[in-house]
Every structure is written in structure tokens, then in C-alpha cells.
Design a protein around this ligand. Structure first.
Ligand code: AGP
Length: 608
């Protein structure tokens, strides 16, 4: 987590850096800071809280330095305080470091440095880096040599940028398992965790690889690989997309705006791919691997959080439509399991951001297995998009709120298209599904049109501290998604369960203070879900349900009902989840929560 920006050129670097940090706030937003070097002197400005606070502080100072680094933090080691914010410095305050990732052996390094006379003023793992560089600088001939020596000592995952008063024209950078990109300009160069932070200045970029170290001045970029010193310097790439910065417009929050973008997100995920009139699904991103796909007899989906729940929807869809066995694993679990993995298995990574550390590690784990690595990613050019052999972009547009909403809908739409694609036209459901997909954006809009009613019901349930979400078949992953939305936005304890599991434990918790949100729209399994609802009602548990328009039986049985348009099972999850997104949103906002930036979270989870 955490975002890094660096600048060397002829302009006031602090302005460029803080503007870049704003674009990176999705990576962490509990504190932020910059360091600049001017006339041989280093200045550090740090703030607890959002980048906006840092900008105010920076604007009050006359800073014209052309060498600057900045950081927006998501705390791992130590609370969000000024002392723990980055940049961190050495004791002599001549070396300034920003860092994203975790230095796993920091305790050992800290003790070693303390024994050598160094003092530590923060609780961070990062503070060992400037002091370690300082330590080596006393023994080695150059800052470059000392930086390199320090890198040899640190274990873990990192992107690091260091500047020094002794090197007032140079940025030193390094990367291992944490993204860092160089922006190449004219008489100026940039560094950032994500091109979004520097794209307005240049579209020429160099993506650093693991073990890369870079030495960057205003006119020169030199990249070497510490593991393979003979490796040729990486090429400059041209970004062929624009940095669309989502604007709030008439919406009070990005979360609400993004929920309302559901119809557009579903439409763009299908655009040029679901060709209902030609009874065809065309996925350009998979064309290069069509030959390999024919031999795939198992798919392992790896993802985290909401993307993992989309993966669970995909499991049902791919198995039922294409007949290929699918297993969904949390990437964080997959990474440390020793399971048999044959070359006819494909690994499919799903990630909105394309930067989730656990999911990246999963892709790395199978690097040498010779297996096909596929991706479903929203952010164009992200690490996962670049790492995979082939994939399908979600095209949901920029998602800014921490709670993923429209991206989930796009992921499920893409998974449905992949399932149809893999079925090779053999399933009888091919045409009905394509026809239904055509109507889905309009049905999503119909759900959104009921926002006022959903808000009214949400207000009624806002006082409860616990919630159960239940569903069957494709409604089960939807229930998991409904629960995570409520947890992360409203801080209400919520659990998603398969409705059939109720009698095996969760039913014990049910009483008048423990409501259930039941997914009970028309489906071949509705009768079974209705029995589960009966059992909850018999124990005094309040029930709010999703039902299909006109279903009187569900209405009579439950305390409250939210209706969705009639649809087929394969597309039902999308409509159910829009309802639960709005339900969570209205509970959270009526409790006064900051839904776009919930406490303790970040949009992109770039540490394991
Ligand atoms: C979504 O609402 C969550 N904030 C979170 O679970 C997220 O889906 C997860 O961190 C995975 O992110 P990714 O899709 O960017 O990989």
C-alpha cells in the first residue's frame, strides 16, 4: 500500500509531487509527506491525514527545489503519526527515503544499527533504510555504492526512493515485488508507484522489474538489475491510454456515483464482445492463446476480497456452461499451499486494481510451471495486466471508492462471457444468455430507480450491529459480497452464508436483534431458500429479502422486500449485488461513515 512520487527537473518539484500523491491516495490515506533538497539543505513536511492537508502546508512554504520525493501512507509498522509518516531520514538528516512494502528483517537491521550508534525515532520498518545507507556511506566511495549495499541487506518487498543532500541532482530508486515506474521527460524525470501520478507530464515510461535499481538525474536514466548485472537496460514504453480522472459531478460520494454507473459498466464490459445478433462471443484479449485454451482441463481462479467473490460466481458459470472444473482460492492462501498443479491447468487472476500483492505473488508462484496465466483486470497497464499471458479488461472505468462496486459487476459480466467463450457455443444456454445480457443494463437501471425505497428500508435496519446475508447457488457468492460491502462501509458485523448452511450453526445466533438479508429471487432453488427464511422467522429473526418483481409469497413471508426485474440465474447475481451495494451505502451514510475512504483500508492492497 502507500504511494510514492519523485521528481528531478527544473520546475518546483514539491508541486508536481503533491499533485501526484493526490492521484495515489487510493493506495493509502492515513498520512503523507514530502522531502525536497534545495541549496544543499533538506526540508521535510509531513501531515497526518489526507494529502489535501499536506498540500495546504506545502502551499504555505516557498519551495522551489527541483529535487523532491513524496509519499502517501497506509500504516503497516507504527500508528499514523507524524513520526511514522514518510519520508524517513537518517540521524544526520541528510538522507531521505520513501518506501512502499515491508522490510521483513527490519528488527535485526535496527538492532545492528543501534549497536553501531544509530538512534531511531519512529516505529517504522522504513527508518532502517536511510540509516543503513548512511552506515555504508561511511565505508564506501559513493552514495550509489552505499544504496546498493543497503539493498543487499534488506529482505521483504519494497519500492524505495532515496535522495541525499550530498547528491542534490539525483533520485535513487529500487524495486522488489512492489511497483515503481519511471516517467521520462525532457530535461526532467519522474518516479511513481503508478503512471496515473505522472501521466499529465509524460507518457514515456520505464517499468522497473524486480531487483532493479535506478539512478535518475534530469537528463539521464540508468537502470541496472542487481541479480543480473548483464541484463540490457529496459526499454522506454509509450502509454497508449489517457489518465481519466473521475469527477464527482452531481454525486455526494464516489461510491454512489460508481453504483449508479452499473448499467454503463455492464455495457462496456460487453461492448464488441457479446454479439447477440451473431450468436457470438468475441474476446480479443484471449485470441493469442486460443490454441492453449483448447487443452485446459482445470482453471484455478486466484483473487482477494470482492474480486474473489466475483471468482466464485465465475466458478459456477464456467463449470455449468463450459464444463471445465474450476477452483477458486484466495491468492493469499494459494501462495503458501503445496498443491499438485499440472500444465493443463490455467491460473486466472482477477483484480480490479491489477496491483494486489497477494494476487501478484500467486502469478509469480506459477511462473516456472509453464502454465497459462490469464487475467481479468480493470486498470489498464497495471502489474497484473502486464504479467499475464492473456486476459480480458473489465473496462468499468476508474473506480475511486475503496468499496468495489461497478468493477464487481464488470468482472462478473466478463466471467460470464469467458464461460460462454469456453463453451464454444455448445451449451443450450448460449443464445438465451446473450439475449438476456442485452437487456441487463436496462434492468440494472430499474434496480437503481428503486434507490429511495432501498434507502427507506436501510434506515430501518441501520441500528443493528450484526447481519447475516444468505443465498443459494449463484446467490451464495452474492451473499458474501453483500456482507463485505456492509462491513467495509458501515463497520457493521456481517457474514455471508450459503442458506443451506443455516441449520449447521448460524441459526443459533438468530433472534430479534439479528436480522437476515435473504437473496430470494425466482430460481429453481427458491422453495428451499423460503424454507430457510421460515426457520429464521420462527426464531424471531427480522428478514429483508430480494425477490423477483411480483412474487407475493416472498413479500408475505418477510418483513421487507426489495424487488428486482425478472432475469435468468446466470445474470441474477448482478442485479442482486446492485441492491446490496445500495443497502450498504445507505446504512453507512446514515451512520455518518466516510464510504469513499473507510477506516483502516486502502483501495489497492500492495502488501501481503
Ligand atoms: C472491495 O470492496 C474491497 N475493498 C476489497 O476486498 C478488494 O476487492 C480486494 O482488495 C481486491 O482488490 P483488487 O480487485 O484490486 O485486486
Amino acid at each position: 500500500m502507500c504511494g510514492i512520487v519523485g521528481y528531478i527537473g527544473n520546475k518546483p518539484g514539491s508541486d508536481i509531487v503533491v499533485k501526484g500523491l493526490e492521484a495515489l491516495e487510493y493506495r493509502g490515506y492515513d498520512s503523507a509527506g514530502i522531502a525536497v533538497i534545495e541549496n544543499g539543505h533538506g526540508t521535510v513536511i509531513k501531515q497526518v491525514g489526507r494529502v489535501a492537508g499536506l498540500i495546504e502546508e506545502v502551499n504555505q512554504q516557498e519551495l522551489n527545489a527541483s529535487l523532491a520525493i513524496g509519499h502517501t501512507r497506509w500504516a503497516t509498522h507504527g500508528a499514523p503519526t507524524i513520526a511514522n509518516a514518510h519520508p524517513q531520514t537518517n540521524n544526520a538528516r541528510s538522507i531521505f527515503v520513501v518506501h512502499n512494502g515491508i522490510i521483513e528483517n527490519f528488527s535485526y537491521l535496527r538492532e545492528r544499527l543501534q549497536a553501531a550508534g544509530y538512534n531511531f525515532t519512529s516505529q517504522t520498518d522504513t527508518e532502517v533504510i536511510p540509516n543503513l545507507i548512511d552506515f555504508y556511506l561511511k565505508q564506501l566511495p559513493s552514495f550509489e555504492a552505499a544504496f546498493k549495499a543497503a539493498l543487499q541487506d534488506v529482505r521483504g518487498a519494497y519500492s524505495i526512493v532515496a535522495i541525499s543532500t550530498d547528491e542534490p541532482d539525483t533520485l535513487f530508486a529500487a524495486r522488489l515485488s512492489s511497483p515503481l515506474v519511471i516517467g521520462v521527460g525532457e530535461g526532467e524525470n519522474f518516479l511513481a508507484s503508478d503512471p496515473a501520478a505522472i501521466m499529465e507530464h509524460t507518457k514515456k515510461v520505464i517499468y522497473l522489474e524486480d531487483y532493479d535499481m535506478a539512478i535518475i538525474t534530469r537528463d539521464k536514466v540508468h537502470v541496472l538489475n542487481l541479480k543480473d548485472e548483464k541484463r540490457p537496460e529496459p526499454k522506454v514504453e509509450l502509454l497508449d491510454y489517457d489518465n481519466e480522472q473521475a469527477q464527482l459531478g452531481e454525486y455526494p460520494t464516489f461510491m454512489l456515483k460508481e453504483i449508479y454507473e452499473a448499467p454503463a459498466a455492464i455495457r462496456s464490459a460487453m461492448l464488441g464482445r457479446a454479439l447477440a445478433d451473431r450468436h457470438l462471443v468475441k474476446l480479443g484479449g484471449l485470441e493469442s492463446v486460443l490454441g492453449q485454451l483448447k487443452y485446459i482441463d482445470r482453471i484455478v481462479i486466484v483473487a482477494m476480497g470482492t474480486s474473489c467473490y466475483a471468482g466464485l460466481v465465475g466458478e459456477y458459470l464456467i463449470e455449468e456452461l463450459a464444463g471445465i472444473p474450476v477452483e477458486v482460492q484466495l491468492a493469499s492462501e494459494f501462495n503458501y499451499r503445496k498443491e499438485p498443479f499440472s500444465r493443463s491447468t490455467a491460473l486466472l487472476a482477477i483484480s480490479q486494481s491489477g496491483e494486489t500483492a497477494d494476487t501478484i505473488t500467486a502469478l509469480k508462484k506459477v511462473e516456472d510451471y509453464g502454465v497459462l496465466r490469464l487475467g481479468i483486470v480493470n486498470v489498464v497497464g497495471s502489474t497484473i495486466a502486464r504479467m499475464t499471458d492473456a486476459g480480458v479488461y473489465c473496462h468499468a472505468g476508474q473506480e475511486k471508492a475503496v468499496a468495489s462496486t461497478k468493477a464487481f459487476l464488470a468482472q462478473v459480466t466478463v466471467l460470464l462471457l469467458i464461460a460462454l467463450h469456453l463453451s464454444d457455443g455448445k451449451t443450450k444456454r448460449f443464445v438465451p444468455i446473450l439475449d438476456e445480457l442485452d437487456t441487463l443494463p436496462a434492468k440494472a437501471q430499474k434496480v437503481l430507480d428503486q434507490a429511495e425505497e432501498i434507502k427507506r428500508i436501510a434506515e430501518k435496519y441501520k441500528g443493528y450491529r450484526d447481519f447475516l446475508f444468505i443465498g443459494r447457488h449463484l446467490g451464495f457468492p452474492a451473499a458474501l459480497e453483500g456482507a463485505i460491502k456492509l462491513k467495509e462501509t458501515a463497520y457493521v458485523h456481517a457474514e455471508g452464508y450459503a442458506a443451506g448452511e443455516m441449520k449447521h450453526g448460524p441459526l443459533a445466533m438468530i433472534d430479534k436483534d439479528f436480522p437476515t438479508f435473504a437473496i430470494a429471487n425466482d430460481s429453481p432453488l427458491l422453495d428451499k431458500t423460503l424454507s430457510n427464511i421460515q426457520e429464521i422467522r420462527a426464531r424471531g429473526g427480522p428478514v429483508v429479502a430480494i425477490a423477483t418483481e411480483g412474487n407475493k409469497e416472498v413479500k408475505d413471508l418477510c418483513d421487507d422486500v426489495i424487488f428486482i426485474p425478472k432475469t435468468i440465474p446466470e445474470t441474477s447475481t448482478i442485479l442482486q449485488v446492485i441492491v446490496m451495494q445500495l443497502f450498504a451505502y445507505y446504512i453507512a451514510t446514515s451512520l455518518g461513515m466516510d464510504v469513499d475512504r473507510p477506516r483502516n483500508l486502502a483501495k489497492s492492497v500492495t502488501v501481503e
